[in-house]
Design a protein around this ligand. Structure first.
Ligand code: NAP
Length: 292
C-alpha cells in the first residue's frame, strides 16, 4: 500500500507540481480551502489556515506518514498590507502543523523562501543568518524556527523565485510576462534585482528528493544561475524570437511597492546538489515551460 503524504497548498503553483510528481509513490491528502480546486486523484481535506487552531484540529483527525507544508500567503505586498492574516497563515498555522507532526513523530518538510535574507551578502548558504526586510520574510523566518524547534527530523526547504508552465498558475513570474507580451506591452523589469529562479517542477523534485532521503534541517533549492529579472525577460524574448526592444530595464528604486525588496537573494544550492538535485538552467526551463 502507498504511504500517505499530507500536502498543504495543493491548489497553488508549487502544490500542483508536487501532487503530480508525488502521486506515483504516495496517496496524497490535499489540504486546502476549496475541495473543488484540489488535484484529481487526491483526498481533499478542507482547512482554512486563517483559523490555525481549527485547521490543526481537522488535520489531527487525518492519518499520514509525512507532511509537506506548501500553503502560504506568498505575495509579499499582500503580507505587508495584511500582516495579521500573514501571521495567522504563515506563522501560526505552520507552528500548529509542526506541533502535530512532532507529537506523532511524522516528518514535516516546510517550504520557505529566499526572502528570509536581506539581499546584501549573496549567494546565501543554509547556515547564513536570516535578516528579512519585509513582513513576508519575517513571518517565514519565524515559521522556519518553529518547524526546526518542533522536531530535529524536520526540514525547511528554501525556494527562490519560481516559474513554469503558464497554465499551472497565474501566480507565476513567467505567466505574468507572457500575459504582458500578449497584450503588446513592453516588459518593465528590474535589472538590479538578482535571483536564482528555478522551474517549479524542479523545485518539486528537490522537495521529494529531500523527503525520500529523510533530510533534516535547512536546504536551498535554487536554480543554477544568478540572473536579474531583466535578464530572465531577455532570455524569454530570445526563446520566443522577439526583439530586445520588448524589455525595458528598470531599477528597484523606480517602483514604489508596499513590501521592501532585497537586491540579491541568490541561493547557493550546492548542498542539495550533493543529494542529487539537478535543476535545469533558465533557458531550458523557459523552453520546456512554453512547449507544454
Ligand atoms: N512562487 C514563488 O516564487 C515562491 C518563491 C519562494 C518560496 N515560495 C513558497 O512556496 C510555497 C508555495 O508557494 P506558491 O508559489 O505555490 O504560492 P501560491 O500559488 O500562492 O499557492 C499558495 C497555496 O497556499 C494556499 N493557501 C493560502 N492561504 C490559505 C489559507 N488561509 N488556508 C488554506 N490554504 C491557503 C493557497 O490556497 P488557495 O488556492 O485557496 O488560495 C494555495 O494552495 C509557499 O510556502 C511560498 O512561500 C514561493
Amino acid at each position: 500500500m502507498k504511504k500517505r503524504l499530507l500536502i498543504t497548498g495543493t491548489s497553488g503553483f508549487l502544490g500542483r507540481h508536487l501532487c503530480k510528481l508525488a502521486a506515483t509513490d504516495f496517496q496524497i491528502l490535499a489540504a486546502g480551502r476549496d475541495p473543488a480546486r484540489q488535484p484529481r486523484g487526491t483526498e481533499p481535506v478542507l482547512v482554512d489556515f486563517l483559523q490555525p487552531e481549527q485547521a490543526a484540529n481537522i488535520l489531527e483527525r487525518c492519518a499520514f506518514d509525512a507532511a509537506v507544508h506548501a500553503a502560504a500567503m506568498a505575495e509579499p505586498n499582500i503580507c505587508e498590507k495584511q500582516p495579521r492574516d500573514s501571521q495567522l497563515v504563515n506563522v501560526e498555522a505552520t507552528a500548529r502543523i509542526a506541533e502535530l507532526c512532532a507529537r506523532r513523530g511524522v516528518p514535516m518538510l516546510s517550504i520557505s523562501t529566499d526572502l528570509v535574507f536581506d539581499g546584501t551578502r549573496a549567494p546565501y548558504r543554509e547556515d547564513d543568518p536570516m535578516a528579512p526586510i519585509n513582513t513576508y520574510g519575517q513571518h517565514k523566518a519565524k515559521a522556519e524556527e518553529s518547524v526546526l524547534r518542533a522536531h530535529s527530523g524536520n526540514a525547511v526547504l528554501r525556494l527562490p523565485m519560481l516559474y513554469g508552465r503558464p497554465d499551472y498558475s497565474e501566480r507565476n513570474f513567467l505567466a505574468s510576462l507572457l500575459q504582458q507580451l500578449a497584450a503588446g506591452q513592453r516588459l518593465r523589469l528590474f535589472s538590479d534585482e538578482i535571483r536564482t529562479p528555478v522551474h517549479a517542477e524542479d523545485a518539486a523534485r528537490g522537495i521529494l528528493l529531500a523527503l525520500k532521503q529523510g533530510y533534516a534541517g535547512r536546504l536551498h533549492l535554487g536554480g543554477t544561475e544568478r540572473v536579474s529579472r531583466a535578464e530572465f525577460g531577455r532570455t524569454l524574448t530570445e526563446v520566443m524570437g522577439l526583439g530586445e526592444d520588448r524589455i525595458e530595464n528598470m531599477r528597484q528604486a523606480d517602483w514604489k511597492m508596499a513590501a521592501a525588496r532585497p537586491a540579491d537573494v541568490s541561493l547557493d544550492s550546492s548542498r542539495a546538489g550533493g543529494l542529487g538535485y539537478a535543476p535545469r538552467n533558465v533557458r531550458q526551463g523557459i523552453t520546456d515551460a512554453l512547449a507544454k
